[in-house]
Ligand binder design. Structure first.
Ligand SMILES: N[C@@H](CCC(=O)N[C@@H](CS)C(=O)NCC(=O)O)C(=O)O
Length: 253
């Protein structure tokens, strides 16, 4: 059995499927894809994922994409250490939160990240070269996102994204008044999902929101997440790379 995980730095989507791999104790080959060098749009990678995005899981040649799909796949194939409740109601609650994170959280945190980080990269590229790079992006929405990052997201869009993030942190804070974890009394993929998209970065990215005061349960939950050995190892970018491949920091070994 071989598992190969193509990913970027351990943040957001790349982090979200790395945590379950480590939680489940699965040995995998780590293949770093350098988003700063647009490797995700190069022919070798688009041959693996035609959508030109990370992360990607290759399980004995079966290519699985999209983090929520990858995580449920891992659950189906490697159920011994469970990250999804086995009862249908519990599983439905977990999926409700996964849907919320995927549809109502991810893009809004991402917009602020792209505005601050990707915008700098996009503006540093000369126009002709930038257009050549854009032509290679398979997903039209991603092409638009790269172009918008270059020109700058509008203040109205950024303010809307901040409102969505506030709604999300308040919603999780309210939930944590009732249950230890986001989808109930057990740690599940829903915790991994919200942590990877929002919990891991929200205090650092938005100090002006005063998350520490506003959401004390969320902050305590974030600490519980960070102190899980698997989460700490994923965040540290632990080298699980087979000899000859590259580590996640991009250096050849
Ligand atoms: N829905 C996808 C989203 C994947 C995604 O947005 N990946 C980002 C990295 S966090 C990416 O590949 N960005 C580079 C690009 O689109 O050019 C998932 O859940 O895996």
């Amino acid at each position: 059995m071989t598992l190969k995980y193509y990913h970027a730095e351990p943040l957001a989507n790349s982090l979200k499927s790395m945590i379950p791999l480590i939680e489940k104790g699965l040995p995998y080959e780590s293949v770093y894809v350098d988003l700063h060098k647009f490797e995700q749009h190069q022919p070798w990678f688009v041959a693996i994922n035609p959508e030109g995005q990370v992360p990607v899981l290759d399980h004995d040649g079966a290519i699985i994409t999209h983090t929520t799909v990858i995580n449920e796949y891992l659950e189906d194939v490697f159920p011994d250490i469970p990250l999804r409740p086995r009862d249908p109601v519990g599983a439905a609650r977990m999926r409700y939160w996964n849907k919320f994170c995927d549809e109502q959280v991810m893009n809004y945190v991402s917009m602020h990240g792209w505005h601050r980080m990707v915008g700098i990269i996009a503006r540093s590229i000369e126009s002709g070269e930038f257009e050549r790079l854009m032509e290679r992006i398979p997903l039209p929405d991603q092409r638009t996102k790269w172009r918008t990052a270059r020109s700058g997201f509008s203040e109205a869009d950024l303010a809307h994204a901040t409102e969505k993030i506030l709604y999300a942190v308040d919603k999780v804070e309210a939930q944590l008044a009732h249950t230890a974890w986001i989808a109930g009394d057990a740690y599940t993929l829903a915790d991994i999902n919200f942590f990877s998209y929002c919990g891991v970065s929200v205090e650092r990215m938005f100090p002006e929101l005063g998350i520490g005061k506003r959401c004390p349960r969320l902050v305590a939950w974030t600490e519980r997440m960070r102190s899980r050995p698997a989460v700490a190892r994923a965040l540290a970018g632990e080298d699980r790379t087979a000899p000859g491949l590259r580590t996640w920091s991009g250096e050849a070994r």
